[in-house]
Design a protein around this ligand. Structure first.
Ligand code: HPA
Length: 269
């Protein structure tokens, strides 16, 4: 099976096992899991690895579950247990979940993540809308064999990748949310201070190890993309030493605000 057919198969399984199709999906990054709990009641849940093409997670803090929730009257697929390039997975596996979500009916996908902050305006615990990204992974989910018949060609326009419509609505709804450019690197090591200086000069406000490939894949499928980072630490050289626990703790501290941002995003979809 090619990656597109595999995702279609997974999407059909999700529709069948989670009680019907979906309008939107939320991908939960590090620190976001509990915020999703505050969105509403879980109607059905499956372990991700029991669905075609999904891997069990390797990173603590990512529970691999796929949940059906009704949020603001919409059927939302909430996906925890993202896979990352740094686990050794190919780009097609990294974007499998979001392709399955679009195949399950989602016309919008919200990508959340934990990020280091370069922009001094963004303190730890600040949710920041992604206005655009710089993909420094050296990878694309659209490389390899051409997409099958019925799919858009692979030369996808990424102008306005992160829906201006959604961003504007959220800015109005939740003015405390920041907005900035996310640099996506392969990781898993954190950056050097020299790399952070370079990224800031390139125009990045945030740095992380996910999101960019998923955003490209969703856009290629014609669905809307929104991205929200939680700043979990000052980027390297701009604060203290970096560690993964700090990333998880910052998520814990910001739960209330994150839940509010998530429901605001879903409200405007
Ligand atoms: N760098 C890269 N990824 C991250 C960071 C960071 O500082 N914080 C959370 N994810």
């Amino acid at each position: 099976m090619n990656p597109f057919e595999r995702a279609e198969q997974a999407g059909a399984e999700l529709v069948g096992r989670l009680g019907g199709s979906f309008e939107a999906a939320v991908v939960l990054g590090s620190g976001w899991a509990e915020a999703a709990g505050g969105l509403g009641s879980v109607e059905a849940e499956v372990a991700a690895e029991t669905v075609t093409g999904f891997h069990p997670p390797l990173v603590p803090g990512h529970g691999a579950t796929l949940r059906a929730m009704t949020v603001e009257g919409r059927r939302v697929l909430v996906m925890a247990g993202r896979v990352h390039l740094y686990e050794g997975h190919p780009p097609a596996d990294v974007v499998h979940g979001v392709r399955a979500a679009v195949s399950a009916g989602c016309s919008a996908v919200v990508l959340t993540n934990a990020a280091g902050g370069m922009n001094p305006a963004f303190g730890v615990g600040q949710p920041v809308l992604i206005s655009d990204h710089i993909n420094l992974t050296g990878q694309s989910p659209l490389s390899g064999p051409a997409p099958p018949d019925g799919y858009a060609i692979r030369f996808t326009d990424l102008t306005d990748l992160y829906s201006p419509r959604i961003r504007q609505a959220i800015r109005q709804d939740t003015p405390s949310v920041g907005e900035g450019v996310y640099a996506g690197l392969a990781g898993p090591h954190f950056e050097t201070p020299a790399e952070i200086t370079m990224l800031a000069r390139m125009g990045a406000d945030l740095v992380g190890m996910s999101t960019v490939l998923e955003a490209i894949a969703v856009r290629h499928l014609g669905a809307e993309v929104a991205g929200v980072s939680l700043v979990t630490n000052p980027a390297a050289g701009r604060g203290g030493a970096l560690d993964h626990q700090e990333v998880l703790d910052a998520g814990q501290a910001a739960q209330g605000q994150l839940a509010q941002v998530l429901s605001s995003v879903i409200n405007v979809l």
